[in-house]
Structure formats: C-alpha cells, structure tokens
Write a new protein. Sequence first.
Length: 108
Amino acid sequence: MPYNSYLQISEEKYNLLCNRFEEYMAHIDDQNVVPINIFDPLSPKINEELQLIREVSKNLQKKKEDDMKKAAEAAAEAEKEAKENKITETDDSEKPQDNDLNDEKKQE
C-alpha cells in the first residue's frame, strides 16, 4: 500500500509497520516461528495512564449503577405512594357520598 500523506504518522513509521505486517503475513501459518509484533510496545507512562483510565471508568460505572438503582427505588416508592394516595382519595371520596345519603335520609 502506498503512503497516504493524510495519515497521522510519518512515512518512515508507515513503511516500518508495513514491512512488519508483510513479515507477519508471510509467517502466519508457521507455528514454529515466534509471532511478530507489528506495533511497538506501549511506554510505561502510557500503560500507567491506561490503568488510571480503567480505574476511573470502573468507579464511574459503579457510581452510575448505584445512581440507577437509587432512581429505580425512588420510582418504585413514588409509584407505591401514588397507589396509596389513590386508594386514600377513593376512600375519602366515598365517605362524603355516604354522608350525603345519610343527610338525605334525615331530611325525609
């Protein structure tokens, strides 16, 4: 593959990677050859940064799960209260009707 000037790596680095890839493909079926690393290993600093990102991501994911759990509990509690209020309103609305009937009976 020819080098593309829009790539974010230098032409020398691109050629090095292409050569490593071609060598890798030439020996891909040979189990006696040690696998070839196409890319350079990451520096210790980058590995530390990746580890930090993973830890922060775990913490954020746990916090998100906790928040979702709290939201679900709050929604369930609100639904329960709404049902209780509806039952209470129904009971309250029935009582005045009974009183109205009693008043009508008294007037007769």
